[in-house]
Write a protein that binds this ligand. Structure first.
Ligand code: ADP
Ligand code: ZN
Ligand code: ZN
Length: 742
């Protein structure tokens, strides 16, 4: 219901709704729509609901003849979003072709999205008042209040320290405060800092990288391309220390599995300032506190996963993206941003250097380094005494295999254990077996929610054969005792997952610990640390999926066995080769990271596969050079930009109907450049690689162009029409610019 006729200036509010526009409101009662409204949150009526939005602009109403509703209340006295972060988020909305309100909702911590106030960021401490000093001797000896007062008599203490020192101190504090004997006061978090510890003396290549960064006076992108164990983290630490010494803030992005307590401890110990961590294991309150601490400039170093790229950095000096090739930087739903790419955009807007580190750089970043857009810093050898691991390919054609392991593999494991080393067996498939098959009639267990008649999706066997689980939608069932089709009891798990390898190795090597590390066994964040801590440096076997591919330094790991990579050699996705090469190099890089030399055994049925041959003979860079040539010839990224239109529905037909209609909207934009080459290519619509997931049918249309500005111009022109298609109302759809999984 309209409240008022529109005044000359109204609030144009970005709201978290999937409509590509801003919404006009009259400023809340008693306020005018002044320009300082921009960036502040407001609560507004929206249909029958209330929503929280951010004022994106102040100006004349879109439609002056229309009566407008009045915003309910301001949630901020001053802009929450302003300056560089505000500008960069607006850029992101244009780049992803997403509504600004949805981009802002993605970027803000949940507590702020819900309208909560920017939280306090200081720590609290307690001290005796003057009255308390005098009254101390009069308190009843041995009681809690007396014990607390005695603790505080020599020096005030912060609440973390009191938690450690005395159980139940809060009750005692309340009692004493009620009598005016103690008081609470705020202390800046920076007073709680440890003293910095020096790191190792940098080797020449590390020093050159640090010097290159120190020479940057404003924006620069630098690719730190260093083999595993070459000391990239030491370069980050030195560069961050330099940045802190200049009085600036540093932001470090790490992949989801790389942000371990081990990493944080190393940063804290070395830098001598509090390090603020941001990751998916934190509660909403804590996330908002870190965001606020960054916004106030109190957080000097923020280390976080993907969404940490959205923290405000009023005093920015440096952004680091560790393992820049990692897939977890790409958000796969909602606003499909890439944290590495957005980090580059922010660094440019902030006019600070951005350092991208990896042993296996993405082909995008490598191409930028090769073409001279990024400085290319190489660390070509391992730090300290560590030597590169020796890689051997085991041809297992016609070899007898037990749980997919060859006799040579068993012999190598025995030898490594006998020499006192640790062994990592890498298999990128969790569970017991990928398929449950009836040996009599050929029936197999399929996920009822992810299968289609022509593409059944098998359920993975878990718990030694007792349970079934779909790895795509999480659907669980117990394994049937007999075949549902023919009643045969001959149901057999087919193929091998980590659980089955664990079972076999635990039975074979009874005198050493055998630990399985995958999402099934280490659901909790610190469970992995606990497991590895118990293992220590004693001989033992670790079996794991890609969770083990990075993040943990295991100095006594001397043998890495890679099993079952063959599926990855024949995937249709144009990025599959790149991902497999990265995974192999990263896993291999776990071996021999300290004094003891490391060996990598790679077991395959395709020893002549070109990817393996190139990788083993020439290393990652030889592979990447060949792959880049093929990408250029085929017109794929990084040479041509892509966008993917996805659609899904509970019924099978609407996604295809929508994408066909969208194709008809896009097709007229096809043209030819001066050389006669097409400027727009449309591929599809086709069903998605997973045609159905959790009961939802999925299809996609690939959009390629020769140039990025052209692709964006076409999308800008076509999307309003696509939004308005009648078919668009029958399917859920989304656009993914620079899709990673096709
Ligand atoms: P990366 O991140 O490149 O895999 P790290 O920075 O974790 O490598 O370093 C690998 C190991 O080498 C760590 O144990 C680290 O302490 C050590 N290291 C790094 N730089 C040096 C150096 N200059 N001298 C001695 N040891 C070093
Ligand atoms: Zn059967
Ligand atoms: Zn499923």
């Amino acid at each position: 219901m309209p409240d008022t006729t529109a005044p000359a200036a109204v609030l144009q509010v970005a709201l978290p709704v999937p409509l590509p526009r801003l919404f006009d409101y009259v400023a809340p009662a008693g306020a005018t729509a002044a320009p300082d409204a921009v960036g502040r949150r407001v609560r507004v009526p929206f249909g029958p609901r209330e929503l929280i939005g951010v004022v994106a602009a102040v100006g004349p109403p879109d439609d002056p003849s229309q009566a407008l509703r009045t915003a309910i209340e301001w949630l901020d006295d001053a802009p929450l979003l302003h300056g560089e972060l505000d500008a960069s988020l607006r850029w992101l909305a244009r780049y992803t072709h997403a509504p600004l309100g949805e981009v802002l909702a993605t970027a803000l911590p949940a507590a702020l999205r819900r309208g909560e106030a920017l939280p306090d960021t200081h720590a609290w401490a307690w001290r005796l008042t003057e009255a308390g000093q005098t009254a101390l001797s009069g308190l009843k000896a041995g009681g809690r209040p007396q014990r607390l007062a005695t603790l505080l008599a020599p020096t005030p203490r912060d609440e973390d320290a009191l938690d450690l020192a005395m159980a139940g101190w809060r009750t005692a504090a309340r009692t004493l405060a009620g009598r005016g004997l103690v008081e609470r006061f705020a202390v800046p978090a920076s007073q709680l800092a440890p003293t910095p510890q020096p790191g190792p003396a940098l080797h020449d290549e590390q020093q050159q990288a640090v010097d290159a960064l120190a020479a940057c006076t404003g924006f620069a992108a630098l690719l730190l391309d260093g083999v595993t164990g070459s000391g990239k983290t030491e370069v980050y630490l030195q560069a961050i220390a330099d940045c802190l010494a200049r009085g600036r803030q540093a932001l470090v992005l790490v992949p989801e599995i790389g942000l371990t307590p081990q990493t944080l401890a190393r940063f804290r110990a070395r830098l001598g300032v509090p390090v603020h961590a941001l990751h998916s294991g934190l509660g909403d309150g804590e996330r908002a506190r870190v965001w606020a601490a960054a916004a106030r400039g109190e957080a000097r170093v923020v280390v976080g996963t993907r969404s940490a790229v959205f923290v405000p950095l009023p005093d920015a000096g440096l952004i680091v993206v560790d393992e820049e090739h990692d897939g977890s930087y790409k958000q796969q739903d909602g606003i499909r941003y890439h944290a590495r790419d957005f980090a580059l955009v922010r660094a440019k807007a902030l006019d600070v250097p951005v350092l991208l580190g990896s042993a296996t750089p993405s082909l995008e970043s490598l191409q930028n380094a090769v073409s001279g857009r990024y400085a290319h810093l190489r660390l070509t050898h391992r730090a300290g005494a560590a030597k590169p691991p020796t890689v051997r390919v085991l041809d297992v054609r016609k070899r007898p295999l037990e749980a997919s392991l060859s006799p040579e593999m068993f012999a190598a494991i025995s030898a490594a254990l006998a020499a006192g080393g640790q062994v990592l067996v890498f298999k990128n498939r969790r569970g017991y077996a990928p398929v449950l098959l009836c040996h009599d009639c050929g029936w197999s267990a399929h996920c009822p929610r992810c299968s289609t008649p022509d593409r059944p999706h098998p359920m993975t066997v878990h718990a030694g054969g007792r349970r079934l689980q779909c790895h795509h939608c999480g659907h669980r069932a117990s394994a049937p005792p007999a075949c549902p089709d023919c009643a045969s009891l001959g149901l057999q798990p087919q193929g091998v997952g980590t659980e089955r390898i664990e079972e076999l190795l635990a039975a074979r090597f009874t005198d050493v610990p055998v630990l399985r590390i995958d999402r099934g066994s280490t659901r909790r964040r610190d469970a992995l640390e606990g497991l590895l801590g118990e293992l220590g440096n004693q001989p033992g076997i670790l079996i794991g999926t890609q969770m083990l591919a990075k993040g943990h330094d295991l100095p006594n790991l001397t043998l890495v066995c890679v099993v079952g990579i063959d599926e990855g050699l024949f995937s249709a996705d144009f990025r599959a080769g790149e991902k497999l090469a990265q995974l192999l190099i990263q896993v291999a890089g776990r071996a021999g990271r300290a004094e003891k030399a490391g060996t990598v055994l790679l077991q395959t049925h395709h020893p002549e596969h070109p990817l393996l041959l190139t990788l083993i003979r020439g290393g990652y860079h030889a592979f990447a050079a060949e792959e880049l040539m093929q990408r250029e010839a085929a017109g794929f990224p990084p040479f041509a930009p892509l966008a993917l239109l996805r659609a899904e529905s509970q019924q099978s037909e609407p996604p295809m109907a929508f994408l066909q209609a969208a194709r008809r909207v896009l097709a007229p934009h096809a043209g030819r450049d001066a050389a006669g080459m097409p400027t727009l290519l449309l591929d599809g619509p086709v069903v998605a690689p997973m045609p159905r997931r959790a009961g939802v049918y999925r299809a996609q249309l690939l959009i390629a162009s020769d140039q990025r500005p052209r692709l964006h111009a076409i999308l800008d022109a076509a999307l309003p029409l696509i939004h308005a298609l009648p078919e668009a109302r029958r399917a859920r759809w989304s656009l993914d610019v620079d899709p990673v999984d096709l």
